[in-house]
Design a protein around this ligand. Structure first.
Ligand code: BEZ
Length: 179
């Protein structure tokens, strides 16, 4: 698996108080370096914003456990999905997220270059991310947490290896989790 995260440009939408009207947001390009340079982060990737496991467990649990990750030397937690910036921002808002930062990989370029793009045509989703997470230090992958059964049009949605609980355990006891 890749040793470093790929260099891409993400098309984000950020709030801009200078913009009047009901939608005070503008486009802001952010690069891989903007997110990863000089930081030790958790990156987790999932099949889609607003989907049940991601909304009920994975995203809220990472949010709740953020202070524990900080205590283990993690600077940021990033949630990435093959969804556009409007969808990712709406999901973060709906979930009341304050600590986890969402990254829109609308074109799937980052996910494809990570080797994690899979077809989810069986769900009408098109190309999406396999569920995985990684500890990334200054752009270098320290440890991967990839769910079992990587496949196109997978009938199941394994979740456990990439949960925040598993990753915290690995950070606290580096010998305990083989990933
Ligand atoms: C889920 O998070 O539960 C889910 C993800 C992708 C497709 C269907 C469900």
């Amino acid at each position: 698996m890749l040793k470093s995260v790929p260099n891409v440009t993400f098309r984000t939408r950020v709030r801009d108080e200078a913009i009047e009207g009901p939608n005070p947001f503008r486009w802001e390009d952010k690069t891989t370096a903007d997110y990863f340079a000089g930081k030790r982060v958790i990156l987790f990737s999932l099949p889609g914003a607003f989907t049940p496991t991601c909304s009920t467990y994975q995203l809220p649990d990472f949010e709740k456990l953020f202070p524990e990750f900080q205590a283990e030397g993690i600077d940021e937690i990033y949630c990435i999905s093959v969804n556009d910036a409007f969808v990712m921002n709406a999901w973060a808002k709906a979930q009341g997220i304050e600590h986890v930062k969402v990254i829109p990989d609308g074109s799937g370029e980052f996910t494809r270059k990570m080797g994690m793009l899979v077809a989810k045509d069986n769900l009408g989703f098109g190309m999406r991310s396999w569920r995985y997470a990684a500890i990334v230090n200054d752009g270098q992958v320290e440890q991967w947490f990839v769910e079992e059964g990587f496949a196109d049009n997978c009938e199941t949605d394994p979740y456990g290896v990439s949960s925040p609980q598993t990753i915290l355990e690995a950070l606290k006891n580096p010998e305990s989790v083989a990933a």
